[in-house]
Design a protein around this ligand. Sequence first.
Ligand code: ADP
Ligand code: ASP
Ligand code: MG
Length: 466
Amino acid sequence: MRSAAAARWELEPLQHLLLLNAGRPAQVHYVERVALVVQKYGGTSVGDAERIKRVAERVVAAARRGSKVCVVVSAMGGSTDELVALANQITPAPHRREMDMLLTAGERISMALLSMAIIDLGHEAVSFTGSQAGIVTDTSHGKARIVEVKAKRVREALDDDKIAIVAGFQGVSTSFDVTTLGRGGSDTTAVALAAALGADVCEIYTDVDGVYTADPRLVPHARKLHAVSYEEMLELAASGARVLMLRSVEYARNYGVLVHVRSSFGYEEGTWITEEDERMERAIISGIAHDTSEAKITMRGVPDTRGAAARVFRPLADEDINIDMIVQTAASGGRTDFSFTLPEVDLARAQPVLGAIARSVGAEEVATDADIAKVSLVGAGMKTHPGVAADMFDALSEAGIDIEIVSTSSIRICCVVRASDVDKAVRTIHDKFSLPQEAVVREEHPATVSGQLRAVRAHGPSGERA
Ligand code: ADP
Ligand code: ASP
Ligand code: MG
């Protein structure tokens, strides 16, 4: 779908500019051409009855302008957290299958309410659970991966000029159990449906108006980015910028889905996530992300024998626990230490496994530290610009912040710091790299999708106007 959709986005605004400009550039409006759009509304956007009605109006307006609209909804803001808390009142380690049964209820509520609101506005709509929408996943409860999308029912509804509403964050496993895709998973549902339906664009409506150089709640002077490559967005999402779930970006890149992150409370253009364009001029750094959802484990005094690392990490992998930032210290006295991070939500499951590993490898001690945070600097330009890591370490040191672990990829530098230091760390690094001011030339480059859309004063792919 990539080439057809992208080509249309790149060519048509210019064609309309030529056709309609005729000496009245200020009068030019983007002409509706998007045939099929997937719109995803996050929890805040459907947070109460009034907001659901506002979303319904927005969706109906897009349909009345001629688009086929498939909507993916999250649970009403905070309700997934409430369901998690409720389960934890029953047991500290809820059964994973039953947890998924519980959590999928949240999206089921919002999809039905939105469908009712749309029908009330006089447009046909039909809601589907993840299972009914054909979202087939593997059997990994709590973080299932989508293996196939059988969008037949959704497609039929759209062909019948109905608005299709799909419950985000959920699917049905290859063994017919209800699954969830992990926190923030509605983004992935939306991108997967956009790929399966061959949608022209996947719009992610949220409570900020795009992707910023850092979380705008933490850095009020952060700058909105107009376009971010899949590669950079992958690193930002993997580093904790929760505006898009990591898997949704992987999916978008793999299937070439054009993603537009924008506000559900306004109509301005947001941030485009798309293919890197060799004509784009690049900023060295695109953004800073932080993540407070991980814990650090240190296993001390592990006998330094061949295969020790495998014996430590294999049982955790078998338990389906994601490990990151592994550091092994140089052996002394025949013993070595391992430090690594894992998601705090997996700690309860990991503890007995860690105890068993320590006993089997003969480790002296296992320490758990949940008061850590990761702060990451991301930018494709750092591949060719030396000294970025040194500048980041300087900034942290000048701010009196200790670095506990460092890991790097070709376009990311990530430091583990004390959780209490993370806000200061993000702001310090943001200022050190002058991200509020740095000009990103690609924003204005006429070769980019967003540059061209701006050139014709786009009112969004559904053609709506403020
Ligand atoms: P939704 O419920 O719509 O899915 P989320 O809370 O999952 O919304 O994601 C949106 C939030 O992501 C924003 O409110 C913002 O605080 C946070 N965020 C973190 N990093 C960034 C960033 N770099 N740009 C924009 N938002 C970010
Ligand atoms: N409701 C789920 C969550 O809160 C999924 C989502 O919002 O995307 O994580
Ligand atoms: Mg989200």
